[in-house]
Design a protein around this ligand. Structure first.
Ligand SMILES: Cc1cc2nc3c(=O)[nH]c(=O)nc-3n(C[C@H](O)[C@H](O)[C@H](O)COP(=O)(O)OP(=O)(O)OC[C@H]3O[C@@H](n4cnc5c(N)ncnc54)[C@H](O)[C@@H]3O)c2cc1C
Length: 456
């Protein structure tokens, strides 16, 4: 008998650890509600995961088995389950978040284990620990073989157990998308049918983002982050599509496959640098002179900075737990550059709010945007006015989330932070004034980062 320990891999299909555990043996599957992990997961994501655990439990039950749900420290719970079912080995998929690594090591110390690479297409251990930039990573990564999805284990290899334990209800009543593999697959199929062939051309289309059209971007991130669908399954389908089409469609599909390589690189970073969520990846000759003004941080969190694109992004985050990638980059840049607030503050807030929070993607992207990570540009600063002019010039996205600006001419909204105060007050009296001056904040950020880099 083997035990399979589910963590952030809430699925039966394309689950490499589960498939390995079920090879020539019967498997008892278990999920542990770990109070310490619970403490580092936002309420929204936690509720989504619990719904995913419930969906997984139903899948096991349909196959004459059951998911054991236990509460406690996996370092003691998992060996106890193994001994209860007379299992001689525990399988799990390797997770890289520091708190999970500690748990995995505690289980390794207590019982025979097999850790399996599942979260990524290419095992981080087989890649370099450091690449100068994404292109270097990509060149190496794309040349590696990508394994095919693994099948679901046969019902016969799942232990005929029955567990009386109920999956607890979430702490709060939160509006969530449907959870579990079926919902993930459904979303993915809609994207394969309606989106992937035009992904590169439409991914920054903010009107589509407002309409939550599945086509423009896949919105698969909450499912990937919870492991409700496997990465090899996405890759295999995208690759099949890539081979089936040509011309523009092929270029678009390739862009989607390329985006997945960012996730792979971020996991590579986290696997080799466990301090990625807490320490600057790059070292600086001088300390970065963060301002860390608590009022600025609070205004940013509320979406009340007086910068329309930033406020729309933050309000989307607060309302939905999701932010489109374009505003996501902008809000992160604004916090760390225009406001000079330490990226770790932004990371923590995203972690608490995002439905798709992913320890590797969040940490690596915050560091990239804050210019402390792997970006090949020394100091990257997004200008929120120019970004809105380029990507949301009709103000579709901004007016969806910032009702105070509805009815104002879009061109005026684009220029909002640069308008005279009395003009702004007359047009949208309820909307806050910009909390920093656009040019002065930009120049100050440039100065602070160049000083940290020793260039001044
Ligand atoms: C500051 C900041 C924090 C972020 N935090 C997270 C996070 O916690 N979780 C998360 O999944 N993504 C994060 N991202 C990356 C990106 O914004 C999201 O992956 C994307 O918006 C999810 O929407 P989607 O699934 O529709 O993306 P699509 O455009 O459909 O892309 C498909 C998939 O490709 C991957 N991908 C796309 N862009 C990136 C990227 N820049 N970095 C890594 N992977 C990418 C994701 O797995 C994504 O689900 C962050 C980006 C920034 C700038």
């Amino acid at each position: 008998m083997h035990v399979f320990w589910h963590q952030r891999d809430l699925r039966l299909r394309d689950n490499r650890g589960l498939a390995a555990a079920a090879t020539d043996e019967t498997v008892v599957p278990v999920f542990v509600i770990d109070p310490e992990v619970r403490n580092v997961v936002g309420n929204r994501q936690w509720a989504f995961w619990l719904a995913g655990v419930r969906a997984l439990e139903a899948q096991y039950r349909e196959r004459g088995s059951d998911l054991l749900v236990r509460v406690g420290d996996p370092g003691t719970v998992i060996p106890a389950v193994a001994s209860e079912y007379d299992a001689d080995r525990v399988y799990y998929n390797e997770h890289y978040r520091p708190v999970r690594r500690e748990r995995q090591r505690a289980v390794d110390d207590a019982i025979e284990t097999t850790a399996v690479t599942d979260l990524t297409l290419v095992d981080p251990a087989g890649l370099d620990a450091r690449y100068a930039n994404h292109s270097r990573f990509y060149d190496d990564w794309q040349a590696r073989e990508k394994p095919a999805p693994v099948p679901m284990p046969d019902a016969g290899s799942l232990a005929a157990v029955s567990d009386g334990q109920a999956v607890p209800d979430p702490d709060a009543d939160i509006d969530l998308p449907a959870a579990g593999y079926g919902a993930a697959r459904d979303r993915w199929e809609r994207f394969l049918a309606d989106g992937i062939d035009s992904y590169s051309d439409t991914r920054d289309d903010m009107r589509a983002a407002v309409e939550r059209s599945v086509g423009a971007v896949s919105r698969i991130s909450p499912y990937l982050a919870a492991g409700m669908i496997g990465i090899r399954e996405l890759w295999a389908d995208a690759t099949e599509r890539y081979r089936a089409v040509d011309g523009d469609a092929r270029r678009n599909v390739e862009k989607y496959r390329y985006e997945l390589s960012w996730r792979e690189q971020n996991y590579n970073l986290l696997a080799h640098h466990p301090s990625l969520p807490s320490e600057n990846y790059e070292s600086f000759p001088n300390a970065i002179a963060w301002e860390n003004d608590p009022d600025h941080l609070a205004a940013w969190k509320r979406g009340e900075t007086g910068y329309p694109l930033i406020d729309a992004g933050m309000r989307q985050l607060n309302e939905e737990g999701y932010v489109h990638n374009r505003p996501r980059q902008n809000v992160a840049s604004f916090l760390t550059k225009h406001l000079l607030v330490d990226w770790r503050e932004g990371l923590a807030y995203f972690e608490a709010q995002l439905l798709d929070h992913d320890p590797a993607n969040n940490a690596a992207n915050w560091q990239w945007t804050a210019s402390t990570g792997t970006d090949s540009v020394d100091v990257r600063i997004f200008d929120p006015v120019a970004q809105m002019a380029k990507y949301d010039d009709e103000a579709d996205y901004v007016t969806e989330y910032v009702p105070e600006l509805r009815g104002v001419d879009p061109e005026t909204i684009v220029d909002w932070p640069t308008l005279p105060g009395d003009e702004r007050a007359a047009l949208a009296p309820e909307y806050p004034d910009p909390i920093v001056d656009r040019n002065r904040a930009y120049e100050r950020a440039q100065r602070v980062f160049e000083t940290a880099l020793g260039k001044r």
